[in-house]
Design a protein around this ligand. Sequence first.
Ligand code: FES
Length: 160
Amino acid sequence: MTQPATRRAVLTTGAGALALGCVGCGSSGTGGGSSAPASPSGKAASPAPSGTATASPSGKQASPAGRELARTADIPEGGGKIFPSEKVVVTQPKKGEFKAFSAICTHEGCTVSKVMNGTIDCPCHGSRFHIADGSVAQGPAARPLPPKSIKVEENSVRLV
Ligand code: FES
């Protein structure tokens, strides 16, 4: 007869200990408040506007839209010009229509070396790409030259 009473006592004591534990948790949770992440902080929400991108609408940057690559007059109509340091080729397939592509050949990574007869040519293995869309005109390259973003404003071709 003493054993069930002892069990009850143990269970009661255990429940009491649990209750105390919960009370302890509740009080420390209420009084602590050290890491309450629920409040929407009003001012510290901007992640990192350090000004690396130029497309910010804040309008504080001096450059209008990227760096000038060339004047439009520098890009021959029906041809193009390669900018090796920027790894970009700018073409003008039709009068007033400017396109830009990566100057890195998609075959094995050589830099294209000339633009003539409507194609952008790689010197390494003879691949050629159409100036209008960068698509492959002649292999061994199998993929087109990836397009690059440019903006043409006031006779200036800018890389954006
Ligand atoms: Fe251009 Fe091979 S790297 S054709």
